[in-house]
Design a protein around this ligand. Structure first.
Ligand code: ADP
Length: 550
């Protein structure tokens, strides 16, 4: 017997319709590429997203065809989020920090039909346009007056003229909730990039889950600033959850430096912000240098790479801002776990609470996870056993676009498919997961594993250290030994021996790095994470001190 409830499809268009009807005046504030601050509202975003939908219909894009964006976080990008997916096309957010060759490869692989870009990225567009024959329409996210006359891009039009020519009446189509809605390529640290293809259903379920109190805890009372780019796993799904709850959104545009972010946090009375650790480090440096305080910020979601304990401490103890450590990946839309305390942990003394808050957190309802040994056997949730982290759920990929890379799932005894995350983790009895490493970054020394994250976290707690990366170096006896590569804070004094001595008593002796190197910069990838593979290449001629000349 079937249930007798309305079989209404879960569609992205319902989010924007809801936001307009119930939160019409809630603000959408954007720092624009043009330099000014622009103010809009959910009502205006909704109206203009319908103009977008009409404009795309006129371009003749079929259902399921891809419209790409190369854009910062801003109101026009938000309109495209709803206009493109809502009308049945697929929103493909491109990462502008990629190399032009890589970008052209991705555009061709995705067979993008149209591309909307911020004028900041005109040089990038000029570099790839001739190599992207599938793209028939190029649209600059600006008004007609700012459209460059001699861009060299065929039939380039301005976004404002493009949507301005169309009515704001639009009937959102009734789509299959499993239809594709969005597309995002992983950074492809191994092999060619592969795309996750999100559906309306996966996006909506993720939007509900992300808004829950023990997730990002979003409500109509919040003012939310996603520093995490809308081209990086849809700004962690915040635009969709924000429409569902009707909160105010504050977009930083291209200005991601500490000073600009601080100004927006203050002037727009932001209560919640989200980003990767490298961005927050810039903000904290700015605040420390100027002796500044926050007047409205209550919590910040930090994810994308491990959040150093020193950062959690700085936010909570110095500034009274709660850190929500979160973990996820492109293949998971991206939310997997968030670290929120339960009553049992709230009853613990502060030092023990801090230990829990360092972990990546508990699974959000909808995501199931487990850790397994190399033979695929389940490992216990004892906070010690360390294994490959596998996940499943309605917003986790079943396969990559065009089935690139084959079947990414591992079957269990019951035939259920689990996605192997490539992360190595422990899970404790309360369900708190802690990433110990990415499987390709873990250091194998004498048959034991050393977590590069643990080694980095200790260095990051040293007051003279701005950024630290731990990598394994080949060793004839131990297989690999860790070294720590460090960027010092401007003007700070720190020597090799002093840094290595700093490790004494904080970690097992055999886990202490064999050497400390000081560099001007550590390579940072397109999503703001340290690129250890590149760092390893840069240090390929490096030899451990005791093996020099052997
Ligand atoms: P990629 O970096 O390959 O493009 P994603 O941006 O999707 O992929 O990042 C996913 C990976 O980032 C995870 O598998 C994990 O290794 C890492 N990651 C994300 N959040 C955290 C976190 N809070 N702590 C540690 N690692 C994290």
């Amino acid at each position: 017997m079937l249930g007798q409830m309305q079989p209404q499809a879960l569609l992205i268009s319902s989010l924007i319709t809801h936001a307009e009807r119930h939160h019409a005046s809630s603000e959408i504030v954007s720092r624009r590429v043009e330099g000014d601050i622009h103010r809009s509202s959910w009502a205006q975003i909704s109206r203009r997203s319908r103009q977008v939908a009409n404009a795309i219909d006129r371009l003749g894009l079929s259902r399921g065809e891809r419209l790409a964006t190369l854009a910062w976080n801003g109101y026009r990008h938000l309109e495209l989020y709803f206009g493109v997916s809502g009308s049945g096309r697929v929103l493909h957010t491109l990462n502008p920090r990629l190399h032009p060759e890589q970008l052209a490869w991705i555009i061709n692989h995705a067979q993008d039909q149209a591309l909307c870009f911020d004028l900041t990225f005109l040089p990038l567009v000029q570099a790839v346009a001739a190599k992207c024959p599938t793209v028939r329409h190029w649209i600059a996210l600006c008004d007609a007056e700012r459209l460059p006359a001699d861009s060299g891009i065929a039939a380039l039009q301005s976004y404002e003229a493009w949507i301005g020519a169309h009515a704001s009446d639009y009937h959102w189509p009734d789509l299959d909730e499993n239809a594709a809605a969005g597309m995002c390529y992983t950074s492809g640290t191994t092999g060619n990039p592969k795309a996750a293809l999100y559906s309306h259903r996966s996006t909506l379920l993720h939007a509900y889950a992300a808004a829950l109190p023990d997730s990002l805890n979003l409500s109509a009372r919040d003012s939310v600033l996603p520093v995490v780019p809308m081209f990086h796993v849809n700004a962690w799904g915040i635009p969709y959850s924000a429409a569902a709850v009707g909160c105010k959104l504050v977009f930083p545009g291209p200005a991601l430096d500490g000073k600009s972010i601080y100004e927006l946090l203050q002037s727009e009375q932001v209560s919640m912000a989200a980003g990767v650790p490298t961005v927050w480090q810039m903000l904290l440096n700015h605040m420390q240098a100027g002796g500044l305080k926050f007047s409205s910020l209550k919590r910040t979601v930090i994810g994308g790479s491990a959040c150093p304990p020193a950062m959690i401490e700085a936010f909570s103890q110095r500034y009274g801002v709660a850190v929500l450590h979160a973990w996820g990946m492109t293949e998971m839309s991206p939310l997997g776990t968030v670290c929120a305390l339960k009553n049992a942990q709230l009853a613990l003394p502060p030092e023990q609470q801090s230990q829990v808050l360092l972990k990546q957190g508990r699974a959000v309802f909808g995501v199931d996870m487990k850790i397994v040994d190399p033979d695929g056997r389940d490992l216990p949730w004892d906070g010690q056993s360390c294994g490959d982290l596998l996940v499943r759920g309605p917003w986790v990929i079943a396969s990559y676009f065009k089935d690139e890379g084959g079947d990414p799932l591992r079957r269990d005894a019951d035939g259920r498919g689990w996605f192997a995350t490539g992360d190595v983790a422990t899970i404790d009895a309360e369900g708190y997961m802690q990433i110990t490493d990415r499987s390709k970054d873990v250091i194998k020394s004498g048959g034991e594993w050393i977590s590069s994250i643990d080694v980095e976290n200790i260095a990051m707690a040293h007051p003279a250290v701005a950024l630290a990366a731990c990598i394994g170096i080949k060793h004839p006896k131990w297989d690999e030994r860790p070294i720590i590569v460090v960027v010092k804070k401007p003007g700070a004094e720190l020597g090799r021996d002093e840094l290595l001595a700093f490790y004494q008593g904080k970690i097992a002796k055999w886990q202490i790095p064999d050497d400390a190197l000081f560099v001007d910069a550590i390579p940072i990838g397109a999503t703001g994470k340290m690129q250890k593979m590149k760092l390893r290449q840069q240090l390929q001629d490096y030899r451990l001190p005791q093996w020099v000349g052997q």
